[in-house]
Design a binder for this molecule. Structure first.
Ligand SMILES: [Zn+2]
Ligand SMILES: [Zn+2]
Length: 132
């Protein structure tokens, strides 16, 4: 555990893990999140900047919630964030479907089921030499 300044209110607090904000601000943010979620549900056609203005939450924070897949804008809203890999517009999460798929492929390439034959280098011939 270490003592840190809260990113929001600058107060010192005992930091354990997660976002660098104090428990009070974290609670505030959670309340805000619930409000924002309801607001988006009631106003599915509002863009991210409108939500940000009307709910007094930064666009950055909204996008972070979207990236964490906690917040999902409706199908017909124009809200899009960018794929972290290729920049393609996506609705939620961090990567577009294409990148997700190629990442899954790369992952299976990283861990193939190859069996490395155990090498007994020289042992056989050494033995042979000894007993000859
Ligand atoms: Zn705080
Ligand atoms: Zn992508």
């Amino acid at each position: 555990m270490e003592v840190m300044n809260c990113k929001h209110c600058k107060k010192l607090f005992n930091y354990i893990s997660g976002p660098k904000i104090c428990p009070a601000c974290k609670e505030e943010l959670e309340k805000k999140f619930v409000e924002v979620k309801e607001f988006i549900r009631d106003n599915p056609h509002k863009g991210i900047s409108q939500v940000s203005e009307e709910m007094d939450v930064s666009v950055q924070q909204l996008k972070q919630w979207v990236r964490q897949e906690r917040l999902i804008f409706s199908e017909d809203s124009k809200v899009m964030i960018e794929c972290e890999q290729c920049g393609a517009p996506i609705r939620t999460g961090r990567f577009c479907d294409n990148c997700k798929r190629s990442m899954a492929n790369n992952l299976s390439k990283l861990y193939p089921n190859k069996e490395e034959p155990a090498r007994k280098k020289g042992t056989e011939s050494d033995k042979m030499r000894h007993f000859r």
